[in-house]
Design a protein around this ligand. Structure first.
Ligand code: GAR
Length: 201
């Protein structure tokens, strides 16, 4: 069976993009990152994509009259490359109906908290300020809401009394970098089995 093609959507540093590439290179994740979509032309993740020779589609949302217009261009890029899965990795933008309808149940997001706690921006800072002793990581299917959608997997991270925002971020991201590639592999394996059986994943 041909390798599943995924597109990673990112807006920032790209440590999750890197973790996905590393797991592909070590053979524990069987897919191809065939495209990086980035809404911030200056983002660090673009440099990482260039090093790994991942094709990049960058756009500036401010140059479009509506979300539907830039999402139409994204759909065109995705279809050109036969992308099957959209993997959001720090893409700080809500997905609109144009993309959702084209990739129903094929868009996945990672969020640095145990959803439904602490949705939105700076979830790690929110957890730190709230003084919770447990936070974590959630991977979920994407719908029209902010960090809503069916939960696929979660893992807890303890917040120790001597943690700072930085050490907490490091602990949460360490879990993200292991859990995201693992979960993507499970989704792809399930999809491949369903294709073999002739059913829908
Ligand atoms: C990750 O921690 C991810 O969970 C978070 O952005 C970070 C991106 O880091 N996503 C969200 O907060 C989504 N609401 P990265 O660019 O180093 O992968």
């Amino acid at each position: 069976m041909a390798k599943s093609k995924i597109a990673v959507f990112a807006s920032g540093t790209g440590s999750n993009y890197d973790a996905i590439i590393n797991q592909i290179n070590t053979g524990t994740l069987d897919c191809e990152v065939a495209l990086l979509i980035c809404d911030k032309p200056e983002a660090e993740v673009i440099k990482k994509a260039k090093i790994n020779q991942t094709p990049v589609f960058t756009f500036n949302p401010k140059q479009y009259e509506s979300k539907a217009l830039f999402e139409k261009e994204i759909v065109f890029e995705l279809k050109q490359r036969d992308i099957e899965w959209i993997i959001l990795a720090g893409y700080m933008r809500l997905i609109g109906p144009t993309l959702l309808s084209e990739y129903e149940s094929r868009i996945v997001n990672i969020h640095p908290s145990l959803l439904p706690a602490f949705p939105g921006k700076d979830a790690i800072g929110q957890a730190f300020e709230a003084g919770v002793r447990v936070t974590g990581v959630t991977i979920h299917f994407v719908d029209e809401g902010m960090d809503t959608g069916e939960i696929i997997d979660q893992e807890a991270v303890r917040v120790d009394l001597d943690d700072t925002r930085l050490t907490l971020q490091q602990k949460v991201q360490k879990v993200e970098h292991r859990l995201y590639p693992q979960t993507i592999q499970k989704l792809i394996t399930n999809q491949n089995r369903a294709i073999e059986r002739g059913t829908k994943a």
